[in-house]
Design a binder for this molecule. Structure first.
Ligand code: GLY
Length: 360
């Protein structure tokens, strides 16, 4: 199998992300259909992390401390109560906390916060370590991983995909998987009706450095605006803006200000911490914010993109769904609502993949 990456492997949205595995607290009204897939993937994470670590020798820092959602004032608390009732109604394991209970878990939260919700099953992973580990694990399993090599075109002839064109020339393939995130429409060769409807959703983020031996926070915190994710090395990741600005990669004063102000309102002692990094990433957003997994409508061309805000969470289930589809020509039941064919302008043909192998 050959994987082509336009840059360094794992340096796209997977690198920019915060690594939250937040099936419960990130579920908003309208996203109910995604919940079973998100919960399935969340349940796969502990074994997936162990497997990737064993194969790569790299820790992905899967942490099981849970997540807290914080309301700072009465308006926030009313909004939080609304989300809490909605998410509880979906059967999710969440617990309402008063201010004292929240501060018992996170003593650096501002005194006088209004309330919080405790989510014992939403955890985190170090997504940049995950990228490194997956690249090593893939190479160890015999994958040819070719970095800094954009795919210029997918070769489609006679209604089926048969290879890719890169600066190295034309490489034949039994099956092509289009998994180029926010860049998935930039690759040539795919007829417009079959291009996945994915677009970049810009996110600005930054990191502060806590004292590693005495970190200010231990849990992932969701705030009225944004979130805080403490890492084992003392980094405190603060995210993220959600902007429709194409591939504009600029950090803006307004974006960074909003992130720092939102974090400072919840945890005032961050004001002493040095800023160590600021960055921009591009989530691959689809029309309904859910991923596209499976048939493209073109024989032997499979799609895995559109993960929007849930790429790290959905990693294990996406890998399982795509490999199962390639091997059996069938989508697992839980992935059927996420077939890219739901967006097809014309009735799509089902790819015939029986007897096919993944790529070359
Ligand atoms: N899942 C977090 C984000 O997209 O910012």
């Amino acid at each position: 199998m050959t994987v082509y990456d336009r840059g360094e492997a794992g340096r796209g949205a997977s690198w920019a992300a915060a690594g939250m595995l937040a099936a419960a607290v990130e579920t908003e009204p309208g996203e109910e259909p995604l919940l079973p897939l998100a919960l399935e993937s969340q349940a796969m994470w502990p074994d997936f992390a162990r497997e990737v670590e064993a194969a790569s020798g790299v820790s992905v820092e899967y942490r099981g401390e849970g997540t807290m959602v914080v309301a700072l004032n009465r308006d926030d608390a009313a909004q939080l109560r609304h989300s809490y009732e909605f998410q509880k109604g979906l059967g999710l394991d969440l617990h309402w906390l008063n201010a004292a209970e929240a501060r018992e878990r996170e003593p650096h939260l501002k005194p006088g916060l209004a309330a919080a919700v405790w989510s014992p099953r939403d955890h985190q992973v170090e997504n940049r370590q995950l990228g490194r580990a997956l690249a090593l694990a893939a190479r160890g399993a015999g994958v040819e991983l070719i970095e800094h090599c954009p795919v210029v075109e997918i070769v489609i002839a006679g209604g089926r995909a048969s290879g890719v064109v890169t600066e190295r020339g034309r490489d034949p393939a039994d099956v092509v998987v289009l998994a180029a995130g926010a860049w998935s429409r930039e690759i040539g060769g795919i007829p417009p009706a079959h291009l996945p409807p994915v677009r970049p959703i810009k996110g600005q983020m930054l990191a502060l450095q806590m004292d590693k031996a005495a970190p200010l926070l231990r849990h992932v915190l969701w705030l009225p605006r944004g979130y805080l994710v403490p890492r084992l090395d003392g980094r405190l990741v603060i995210g993220a803006t959600v902007e429709e600005r194409g591939f504009d990669s600029s950090l803006t004063a307004g974006g960074v200000f909003a992130l720092i102000e939102g974090a400072w309102r919840a945890v005032p002692s961050i004001e002493e911490l040095p800023i160590t990094e600021m960055w921009v990433g591009f989530r691959p957003g689809s029309r309904d914010d859910a991923p596209m997994l499976g048939p493209s409508g073109i024989d032997r061309l499979v799609v895995a993109t559109g993960h929007h805000r849930n790429g790290i969470l959905l990693t294990p289930v996406s890998a399982a769904v795509i490999s199962s589809y390639i091997l059996t020509n069938k989508l697992p039941e839980s992935a059927r609502p996420f077939s890219p064919e739901r967006f097809a302008a014309l009735p799509a043909r089902t790819g015939r993949l029986a007897n096919a192998r993944a790529a070359r």
